[in-house]
Ligand binder design. Structure first.
Ligand code: AHR
Length: 519
């Protein structure tokens, strides 16, 4: 096989004639522009922020008396980066932390709030300085929908019920008045509420029947305060771990009619071994391939859980909410193992794009997804070090893919070879297309091949091309990443590898690349 640069040159030469482009391309793609699918729920681009490591403290929140430039305690640099990202929805306060969180510890004057022990994540003392007001004000500032996970594991129905009243009631009721006494007159808009987290594991080790009944019980008391703004709750039930199809079946059978959404958690473990997951930046081809192979399992999980949901909910009223996903590697050497701090490479960018393509392809059922997590934890968007921040390759994918939010899915037909040199079945090219409200078509493409360019011959069925513009995220190595000293190593740049010839676009995707085209 020629070296990558020669392959790009050869591919460009090949694609200079439209006929050759169609015949000789690695992948053939047809965007079915005349057969629009479901609307891509913007919440697929959701994020997750847990009281874990430095996601909240020293990440989003630095406190009002910090020397780090901040606005009302939120890091200015993080705020600016999040603004550009158009984060649609943010899940909080956990994760496992949610099932030991008691919201009343996190309201009122900060210095009077009790400290608690964060038993799941590093055994640190949590001072509760970031609580309900701080979270909901952040969301309001950035135009983000808050997504609250209430405590089922160690909490009570009353506690959860009162939290919803505190946040959303406009009445002269005890909890609404407590909120007013704490300085917030108007209720916040809180629509999304999850009833517990991983109730099959850290959230209480429940059996599906027991959890399903509990879901129904909590649900009864989580009220819609209709006089407040947007307070028709969207109730998310704890869904399965990975391929626990029996959990989904039981939940849908017992509690399907009561829920608005069902969660699914699935992480990419590069080695497939939780006890030795692999490094975020020190890996070779075998782990690159196995990480991608493990990522692509998401397609099967979403398909099979959706099929079970279809059995009980053929009209697809209940959304599948993949509210934890992403690559989970070993922590960076020398960091607290309980803080889950990992770097983020070009591999992560590819993994993010592949997952987002899967969610979009299932836009008729997948109503939301929250990558784990937003800042400094697991597959983060942003890494912080005092007043310095790094935008990760994953951040750039989310930023480039913003154009798909709320757009209408355009189904694609794709013929692509699989990567050679691995037993994993990894398609070389992945694609997803949508049409936005103003009629623009966006096509995102991934070349997973670390060795060579992928040529794609693309036809638009049911629409015609005008000009094509685009951006590309790529890097010379799968391990390439941004650091505090070199924060711009992996960044999107304008893309000039797409050529319109008649009714086709010929695209040359360099090795390891993510491209978004506007047609
Ligand atoms: O995202 C980290 C943890 O992973 C979450 O707290 C938990 O829900 C999951 O197991």
């Amino acid at each position: 096989m020629p070296p990558p640069l020669l392959r790009v040159a050869a591919a460009l030469a090949l694609l200079s004639s439209p006929l050759a482009a169609a015949a000789g391309a690695d992948a053939q793609l047809t965007v079915l522009a005349g057969q629009p699918g479901a609307v891509i729920n913007r919440n697929i681009y959701g994020q997750f922020s847990e009281h874990l490591g430095h996601c909240i403290y020293d990440g989003i929140w630095v406190g009002t008396d910090s020397p780090i430039p901040n606005t009302d305690g939120y890091s200015n640099a993080v705020l600016a980066a999040l603004r550009d990202l158009h984060v649609p929805i943010l899940r909080w306060p956990g994760g496992c932390f949610a099932d030991e969180y008691h919201w009343k510890d996190g309201i009122g004057p900060a210095e009077k709030r009790p400290s608690i022990y964060n038993s799941h994540w590093g055994g640190v003392v949590e001072n509760n300085h970031f609580g309900t007001h701080e979270f909901l004000n952040l969301c309001e500032k950035l135009g983000i929908e808050p997504y609250i996970c209430v405590n089922v594991g160690s909490g009570s129905v009353q506690e959860a019920m009162e939290w919803v009243e505190y946040m959303t009631s406009d009445a002269s009721s005890p909890m609404a008045n407590l909120r007013r006494a704490n300085g917030r007159d108007r209720p916040w808009k809180v629509r999304y509420v999850a009833v517990g987290n991983e109730s099959w594991g850290c959230g209480g080790n429940m059996r599906p029947e027991f959890y399903a009944d509990n879901f129904r019980r909590y649900n009864t008391f989580l009220k819609d305060y209709a006089s407040g703004p947007g307070n028709r709750l969207y109730r998310v039930a704890c869904g399965p771990a990975e391929d626990d199809y029996a959990w989904t079946d039981t939940l849908m059978r017992i509690a399907g009619p009561q829920m608005s959404g069902l969660a699914l958690h699935y992480y990419t473990i590069p080695t497939g071994d939780w006890s030795k997951k692999g490094s975020a930046t020190q890996f070779g081809r075998p782990q690159y391939f196995s990480a991608l192979g493990n990522t692509l399992r998401m397609e099967e999980l979403v398909t099979r859980h959706s099929a079970i949901m279809d059995k009980y909910d053929p009209k697809k009223r209940v959304g599948l909410i993949v509210d934890e996903w992403g690559i989970w590697t070993d922590v960076e050497p020398g960091t607290n193992p309980g803080f889950l701090f990992q770097q983020n490479s070009m591999r992560d960018a590819i993994i993010a794009a592949l997952n987002l393509h899967i969610f979009q392809a299932h836009a008729d059922r997948v109503a939301g997804a929250d990558i784990a997590q937003m800042v400094n934890v697991l597959q983060a968007m942003i890494l912080t070090d005092h007043d310095r921040i790094v935008l990760t390759p994953t951040y750039h994918v989310f930023e480039m893919f913003r154009v798909h939010q709320d757009a209408t899915l355009l189904p694609v037909e794709l013929t692509t070879p699989n990567l050679s040199g691995t037993l994993e079945k990894i398609p070389m090219v992945s694609a997803s297309a949508s049409r936005d409200a103003s009629g623009r078509i966006h096509l995102s493409l991934v070349n997973t091949d670390p060795d060579g360019a992928a040529t794609v011959s693309c036809a638009l069925a049911g629409a015609s091309f005008g000009a094509v513009t685009g951006r590309i995220l790529t890097a010379p190595a799968m391990t390439a990443h941004n650091t505090f000293d070199s924060p711009h190593s992996v960044e999107p740049v304008p893309f000039s590898g797409a050529t319109v010839s008649g009714d086709r676009v010929a695209v040359v995707l360099p090795p390891l690349s993510v491209v978004v085209l506007e047609l």
